[in-house]
Write a protein that binds this ligand. Structure first.
Ligand SMILES: C[S@@+](CC[C@H](N)C(=O)[O-])C[C@H]1O[C@@H](n2cnc3c(N)ncnc32)[C@H](O)[C@@H]1O
Length: 362
């Protein structure tokens, strides 16, 4: 049976969860990221969730040290930001790196967020038109790509497949539309999590073919170029032994709306964010299989401290320090969020992973 063909027991209307999630997030008319409502911000009355560059400008200013080192080591001068959200990270990186960058390329699936990024950057950079002129939005990727690729919370926004073990038998969990709305429908499958999940108890989890294919595509494009480059991705997640831990029996799929999280992705479709944690082992293996080196993997807290966050905070106000500490403290974003660096340079030891590299745990 083809993986996406509707199973006979659920003719026509059954769709695999990744297809449903792609529609819920990116459908040109009703997708969550297509609507002009603002998804990302600090205020629960006007947004659904906050991300690191929106919480503190020190996020991007600190990440800039790692991007600068990657540019220097690879001898490249282009940055590629995937999923640029409000444009906050682009502004933070450009404020530190504009003299080292010839082009700042933005790729974002969301038309409404692209429009927001354009107006944010046009306003903030109106006094420096030479910097603004370096920013370009692309709808399609070139065959060959060199430079430094960055993405904050992009991998978690990529559609995932759902697998459900019930009665000891693995199923692919899909979605059917009924008169009462959407419902889950499971069909037997040969798909499996990448590691055995001990036990026979009922268990729901995700696999990430789209996120891994995305990394492979970027790796192929970097390796086709003469200069090559590096990829730095930051997101929430863990390695596969933690991801597929027998006790994590409900998976990691979540919804965000008005700064509240819930576990009902089939309700209010298109009105809330759907997201799943990242399996960083899968990302590392996809990169390695395509020919890149995994140069470092660590927690966001370690990464930002290694990149000099504390130096940036030396003259910051109490309020600024208080926001920046959310990025690094373990009970907020410092431990659940991870950074990974993948590159065309086998011997590169990036500064963000100098202390506390956990690549060996993947
Ligand atoms: C959770 S938001 C993060 C936004 C931003 N990076 C930040 O930190 O505020 C996810 C972003 O990734 C974008 N996105 C998801 N899949 C993408 C893809 N395959 N290529 C480019 N952008 C993508 C979404 O449109 C959205 O802008």
């Amino acid at each position: 049976m083809s993986l996406t063909a509707p199973p006979k027991s659920h003719p026509l209307s059954w769709q695999p969860f990744d297809a449903f999630m792609a529609d819920a997030l990116y459908h040109p008319e009703r997708g969550y990221y297509t609507r002009t409502h603002s998804q990302i911000g600090q205020d629960a009355a006007t947004s659904d969730f906050a991300t690191s560059p929106v919480i503190s400008p020190f996020f991007g200013q600190t990440l800039a040290a790692q991007v600068a080192e990657c540019l220097l080591t690879t001898g490249t001068s282009e940055v590629w930001e995937f999923g640029a959200g409000t444009g906050a990270l682009a502004l933070q990186l450009l404020s530190c790196l504009s003299d080292k960058i010839t082009r700042y390329n933005i790729v974002d699936l969301s038309g409404s967020l692209r429009a927001l990024q354009k107006s944010t950057l046009a306003t903030a950079l109106q006094a420096t038109p030479d910097v603004l002129s370096k920013v370009h939005w692309l709808q399609a990727l070139p065959d060959v790509l060199s430079g430094v690729i960055v993405g904050n919370e992009v991998l978690d926004a990529m559609p995932v497949k759902l697998l459900a073990r019930t009665g000891g038998v693995w199923h692919e969990r899909g979605v059917v539309q009924t008169a009462n709305g959407f419902e889950y429908a499971d069909v037997p499958t040969n798909l499996r999590p990448p590691v055995d999940v001990l036990g026979l108890h009922d268990y729901v989890t995700e696999i990430h073919p789209q996120g891994e294919a995305f990394i492979k595509t970027l790796a192929d494009k970097l390796l086709r170029s003469k200069q090559g480059g590096a990829i730095v991705m930051i997101d929430y997640g863990f390695g596969e032994s933690e991801y597929y831990h027998p006790e994590r029996s409900m998976g990691t799929l979540m919804c965000h709306q008005a700064h509240q999280s819930s576990t009902h992705p089939l309700e209010h479709v298109g009105e809330k964010d759907l997201t799943a944690h990242v399996n960083f082992t899968g990302i590392a293996l996809a990169a390695q299989d395509a020919g890149l080196t995994v140069n470092g993997y660590t927690s966001q807290g370690r990464f930002l401290l290694n990149c000099g966050l504390l130096d940036h905070l030396a003259n910051a106000s109490f309020a600024e320090k208080s926001m920046a500490q959310k990025l690094v403290t373990e009970h907020e974003m410092g431990e659940l969020f991870k950074a990974i660096c993948l590159s065309t340079l086998p011997d590169f030891e990036p500064l963000g992973f100098a202390a506390g590299d956990r690549s060996h745990t993947l």
